[in-house]
Design a binder for this molecule. Sequence first.
Ligand code: BJW
Length: 224
Amino acid sequence: MRIAILTGAGISAESGLGTFRDKDGLWTRYDLEEVATPEGFARNPALVHEFYNQRRADCIAAAPNAAHNALALLQNSTHDLALITQNVDDLHERAGSKGVIHMHGALRRALCAACDHRWDAPVAMDPSDECPSCSASATRPDVVWFGEIPYQMEAIQEAVARADLFVAIGTSAEVYPAAGLVETAQGDTLEINLAPSARANAFNARRFGPATEVVPAWVDEIIK
Ligand code: BJW
């Protein structure tokens, strides 16, 4: 079976990484216009680097949980799996998943806004850092902010369209184009989340509960 999976912040919540829109989520403590838009970065790069430096440190301190591990196991089964994540953490890779598509970028990568060069980010980035390729002091986290185009959209659309089963895990479905991928799916669709997302009714099937319980149980059923 061809399976396409889209993950969101909820899959990493039980690893201790905060979600965005839950009651104590990141967007209740930070103004997204200031830390997750190109305009916010232009106004105050130091603030934006501080926000991502803290999240990079939190990510390094975190470990993959049973849901990340179960998806890695699924990838090693006979099924053909495309794993697409909105998350900028690397917990899927650290659980053993390969070829993960990071549609909103990655904390462990840096990007030069002047020449588009990319490299491994240091733990702490600073506005005065120079690009190793062109020496401009225009370095930024390699993440996708509001108003920017998510990465690998063509590959994502294709993987979702050709899948027999599309599964969204731990995402509120508040952010597009990720939230609209369920419309691209041609096969069965399943939402796994703590509670119904904004698009829950667009899915054929739904399972609710903590990702560390629901995802391993679902993977067991698929690979048995
Ligand atoms: C658990 C759990 C547990 C908790 N177990 N579950 C009007 C209409 C439509 C669209 C737009 C519009 N106005 C503007 C737009 C576009 C805009 C957008 O969608 N805005 C909305 C606010 C309306 N989108 C964009 O700008 C995007 N670009 C774009 O559209 O370009 C145009 C284009 C696209 C394609 C082709 C051509 C052109 C870019 C969006 C970039 C989003 N960036 C961020 C930051 C990334 C870097 C970073 O991490 O800091 O991405 S914002 C943030 O939200 C982050 C996330 O990836 C993303 C989604 O959040 P997610 O993962 O869903 O987390 P939460 O917190 O929202 O939800 C967590 C869920 O988990 C909840 O449901 C919980 O219940 C659940 N949960 N614990 C299981 N234990």
